[in-house]
Design a protein around this ligand. Structure first.
Ligand code: AMP
Length: 220
């Protein structure tokens, strides 16, 4: 099953994608994570993307589409969870082609609906385990034992450089201008299911599970 999680930055796409990886053996395909890794390693893609990401703007369609193509060829798993991709109409078309070339097609687009103002608080408070990437939040989800990752026990944590208010506002504006307009394209094909992204992580997870477990709602 191949699905897209769609929603503005901070809507909870990464958290839900990580959970679906754990519970269903699906593979999270986050272009943001791939780009951050490229920046860290200093690859040619990383060098190009760094400043664009720090400004909260979008990296070129050809770069991110190529990253997804490579990832699709490596991944096994029971299906892909596209997280942060596609973000433009061109990327949506590219995804269609990339999946088609591999005999696959999109099963669901799950839109996480959120209140943008609340997102700023969510995003500026978030951090992650530097070792395994598990997500935490200053207010909503601290590690059970202070300074120790619940999942892997590591003691180092990291924050994203683009999780500051000014960059978040630009990222939201990019979402409204370039990503939200791709929804009607998926709506016409009956693929979109909406989820209240302001509910708790567990409630959102349960709603997503209900959508994925409803065979009647799958269009394959
Ligand atoms: P994310 O982790 O999804 O919030 O992405 C972080 C940043 O990486 C974004 O603000 C963009 O600069 C860049 N990025 C991630 N995915 C894409 C994409 N599909 N298209 C263009 N830029 C992207």
């Amino acid at each position: 099953m191949d699905i897209i999680l769609l929603g503005p930055p901070g809507a909870g796409k990464g958290t839900q994608a990580q959970r679906l990886e754990r519970t269903r053996g699906m593979v999270q395909m986050s272009t943001g994570d791939m780009l951050r890794q490229a920046v860290k390693v200093g690859t040619p893609v990383g060098l190009k993307a760094k400043a664009v990401m720090e400004a909260g703007e979008l990296v070129s369609d050809s770069i991110v589409s190529a990253l997804i193509g490579e990832r699709l060829d490596q991944a096994d798993g029971t299906g892909a969870i596209f997280d942060g991709f596609p973000r433009t109409g061109h990327q949506a078309q590219a995804l269609e082609i990339l999946l088609g070339e591999r005999g696959r097609k999109l099963d669901r687009v799950i839109e996480l609906e959120v209140d943008e103002e609340a997102l700023v608080e969510r995003i500026t408070g978030r951090f992650a385990c530097a070792n395994c990437g598990a997500s935490y939040h200053d207010r909503f989800k601290l590690p059970q034992q202070e300074g120790t990752c619940d999942v892997c026990g590591a003691h180092e944590f990291k924050r994203r450089p683009d999780d500051n208010e000014q960059t978040v506002r630009t990222r939201m504006a990019e979402y409204r201008a370039k990503t939200a307009p791709i929804l009607p394209y998926y709506e016409e094909r009956g693929l979109v299911r909406r989820v209240d992204g302001m509910a708790s992580v567990e409630e959102v997870a349960a709603t997503i599970d209900g959508i994925l477990d409803d065979p009647g709602s799958l269009s394959r």
